[in-house]
Design a protein around this ligand. Structure first.
Ligand code: ATP
Ligand code: MG
Length: 455
């Protein structure tokens, strides 16, 4: 059974049951109330008769009772032997056919004779012979029965009439609920068959749970597409960049195969070159893998760190590895909640560039600016012109291919820096003057709890 039909049938049946229950309750409480009022009235009349009979004690007769008998009713005095002493009817002759029964106590009830309800009241009285008798008044409730019949017809009509809008609105409700689900399924199907990323239009929708479901679906597709694009970019970048070293390795190897056995110098040169390229390829794949990481895979560890310590240890390691002087100055002691390894990686990228594109010592400076830590890494090297400065953060972008190739880069460092800054919540900036030098600035928030569900 389709969901829409289920909702439709369920709501309709539920409402019909409710409606019927309400109407039945109305009918019976109304009937009860009507009969009770009528019985009270019959009882009052009976009490009047009792007063009348007592006032005219001795002269009680058929004619006296006749004065009190209601139309379509019966008034009788029943003796203890269940015999009727006096009996008067006001129209309903067949009431006489009923069996008479003496009631010692007062009785007040509704009796049905030939499908017509009658109010019956019996009151014990002292009869003319001094014996206790039962004065019994029976009065037709035909008018009430007719009213009830009318009420029944009206309620039945209302139930049937209400069923139509109920049926329609349940249909509408089920459509409202299932339509977005159907369009979701349709979109998912066309994504599956067409292999394209599609979103569901939410512009004309009210902001209910289904809207949020669709929104979540769209966001999920956004994320999937972004990840897919990253992977695709990785594959194309990698295959493109790996082509050159592989060609170089291949050509050296074939040279070796042809002439390497006899030529020692050529052998050395080829092996060195192939080894170099292999190393470069390994570095390249590592960098590319980092760049293609999804946010969830960064495994950030947010811990309070003394930034000064991080900088100092990075600089020490750097100085040893490259035998380059770094002038370090910290104006403030700054504690930041951050991921130490990612900050070090970011510093290395800028320091590596400063080292590669300058000759003299580098300068690193740490200070606190409002609620941020500012780290600057300056060199007085060749600098970057304005035109290039706009593009250096792009993947594989290098200002001077020949020069950087000699320095062993791929143009991936700064784009990796940008990714790192993003996951660290940091801002990075490059300022440069051609021939004078470059300054890289990192603004690190003192506390940043990752990017949460921003995307
Ligand atoms: P990789 O970092 O992948 O080893 P790379 O250093 O060439 O290679 P990036 O770090 O992205 O790549 O830098 C991009 C380009 O920006 C570099 O090729 C270089 O031309 C220029 N550049 C970056 N930093 C400096 C700097 N401090 N001085 C001069 N030029 C720079
Ligand atoms: Mg670099």
């Amino acid at each position: 059974m389709k969901l829409s039909n289920k909702i439709h049938v369920f709501t309709t049946v539920l409402f019909v049951i409710l409606l019927v229950l309400i109407n039945v309750a109305i009918y019976f409480s109304f009937k009860n109330m009507m009969f009770r009022t009528e019985l009270d009235q019959v009882k009052q009349e009976a009490e009047q008769v009792v007063v009348g009979v007592q006032e005219n004690s001795g002269a009680t007769s058929q004619s006296l009772l006749r004065a009190y008998v209601p139309p379509q009713g019966m008034l009788e005095i029943v003796q203890q032997n269940n015999e009727s002493d006096v009996s008067v009817t006001g129209g309903g002759e067949d009431l006489n056919d009923q069996e008479t029964e003496f009631h010692e106590m007062e009785v007040k009830e509704v009796r049905t004779m030939d499908d017509t309800p009658y109010g019956f009241v019996a009151i014990p009285i002292v009869w003319s012979d001094g014996e206790i008798a039962s004065l019994q008044l029976t009065e037709s409730m035909e008018a009430e029965a007719e009213n009830l019949e009318l009420l029944r017809v009206v309620l039945l009509g209302v139930t049937i009439l209400a069923f139509i809008p109920l049926f329609l609105s349940a249909r509408l409700l089920s459509n409202v609920i299932t339509k977005p689900i159907a369009s979701l399924t349709q979109t998912m199907n066309s994504i599956r068959t067409g292999g394209t990323f599609q979103r569901i239009d939410t512009s004309k929708r009210s902001r209910d749970e289904l809207y949020h479901m669709t929104e979540t679906f769209n966001k999920m597709i956004d994320q999937l597409e972004a990840n897919y694009t990253r992977q695709e970019q990785f594959v194309s970048n990698a295959s493109h960049e790996l082509k050159t070293p592989l060609t170089i390795i291949e050509s050296y190897l074939s040279l070796l195969k042809r002439r390497g056995k006899n030529d020692e110098a050529l052998f050395d040169e080829s092996v060195d070159a192939a080894l170099d390229e292999a190393k470069r390829m390994r570095e390249l794949t590592q960098q590319l893998l980092l760049l293609s990481k999804q946010d969830e895979q960064w495994n950030m560890e947010w811990i309070d760190h003394e930034l000064n310590d991080i900088l100092q240890s990075t600089i020490n390691a750097f100085e040893k590895a490259y035998e380059r002087n770094v002038l370090y100055e910290a104006t403030h002691s700054v504690t930041v909640k951050t991921d130490e390894q990612k900050v070090k990686q970011l510093l290395y990228i800028f320091m590596d560039n400063a080292r590669k594109y300058s000759e003299a010592a580098l300068a690193v400076r740490l200070e606190r600016v409002e609620d941020k830590a500012r780290i600057t890494i300056s060199d007085d090297g060749i600098g970057i012109s304005k035109d290039h400065l706009e593009n250096v953060f792009d993947r594989f972008y290098q200002v001077d291919e020949a020069r950087t190739r000699a320095s062993g880069g791929y143009g991936l460092g700064l784009s990796l820096a940008q990714e790192l800054a993003r996951v660290l919540g940091a801002e990075i900036r490059l300022d440069s003057d051609v021939g004078k030098g470059t300054t890289a600035t990192i603004l690190l928030p003192l506390s940043f709890e990752g990017r949460g569900d921003e995307r």
